[in-house]
Write a protein that binds this ligand. Sequence first.
Ligand code: UGA
Length: 474
Amino acid sequence: MRVAVIGQGYVGLVTAACLGEWGHEVVGIDADAAKMARLQAGQSPIREPGLDELIERHLDDGLLHFSSDIRAVSAAQLVMVAVGTTDADGGWQTGTMRAALNDVVPLVSDDGVLAIRSTLPPEFVRQLPAFVGAIREANGLAPIPVMLNPEFTRESTAVSDFLTPDRVVIGIASDPSGRGLKVMRRLYHEIDAPVVVLKAVDACLAKLASNLFLATKISFANEMAALCDAFGGTVDEVVAAVGLDPRIGPAFLRAGIGFGGSCLPHQVRMVSRMGDALGIQTPLISAVHQVNERQRTQFVDRLREQLGGSLAGRRIALLGLTFKPNTDDLREAPALTIAELMLAEGAEVCAYDPAPGVYARVAAILPGLYFAPSWREALDGADAVGLVTEWPELVALDWEAAAGLMRQRIVVDGRNVLSVARLVDAGFTYVGFGRGVASLEDGVGLAGAAIDHPAPSALRATMLTGARPVAAEQ
Ligand code: UGA
């Protein structure tokens, strides 16, 4: 099938390249001519595992093209739109979508189909058929089917999520002849997963609900972590037991500094604001947001507490800047808030992140931050280290060598991914989220922290400030 994909950001580019993999003839279109020229030369502007290979393969076999010429849509049987719908303040905006539709809709052929892939506010979904219909009518053109096709791909696994989805959701905004649905089913004929066909507003809400539920699970795990810290529990053990219940499941229950990225924080905030505007109470979603904000502050609180109550003049190594590993995306990355809070308290913060090209972008936002060319340099002479993004190479770094480089051996694990026993054995005082505080001392076993490494010689666990030392008394 001939497909045009308007907007070549994360969502549009992955869509275009993956559709090429299924044998569709795809043109990726974006107003940024320089970006399109680079893509046509095989240079992807984003880092996404597996994407470069797909682009190269389908540029070579001629199934994929990139263009900044919007007129390329007229040859397509399906036109998918994947332009941004967030504004600079993290709000929703439909101006870019409306402008794109004004340009594109008159060019779609009479037997073409329009499908929106961007995440839209429900209010705009309700207006969509009339908006598109009015453009067609004003140009003296026949109506076209208008479909929604929300994406459920995660950054860093977007290619495999696209090619082997758990489900595909198709929303029908306007499709009196059934041609739109037929085309969408043909698009996805390769997949071995349920295709869920809904009315457009339900497809839109299903997309939002998926992200809201994932966010809720994370904030829930973070509340459980707070209880674990208060009572000497270990959140890893608690959620592992809870997640075995098939009604709950184990995914998205990892406690830590909370969720970032362009999707979860934005949609949680937007749905909460939308509820306020409509007079619909959404206390659960508002609480999910509050818990998530609190986690970032708590990361800094933990560091300050371990450093005797002040960060002023302390040198902190910050490991990881991106909102999650295997991406170079910094949107709503918890690291940025955390670094800002620490700089405001007078800390000297030196960051290390393995993603190429992120330092220049972070320096533009946080000019006071230092950047290290390697983790060793970040840790050299540091009073404490905070792990913010669980890049595999950071989790697996030589923590014994790290201990030798630092002025004080304090680690705050913002993702609950480090081996408590290994870090303690290396001489660190370890603080996670819902894992207590663990350090090496004589005679007492590790209470509350997950031992995932041969038992170290001797360990002592202490509770976070203000909590009763339940486990130590037993
Ligand atoms: C999210 C959804 O997972 C996708 O299904 C959806 O398609 C996408 O948004 C979207 O709407 O486009 P993404 O933002 O790429 O994908 O990242 P996630 O893997 O969901 O992670 C989001 C954040 O949650 C990250 O900062 C991650 O570190 C954090 N997280 C995740 C936790 O703090 N704990 C967990 O247990 C899992």
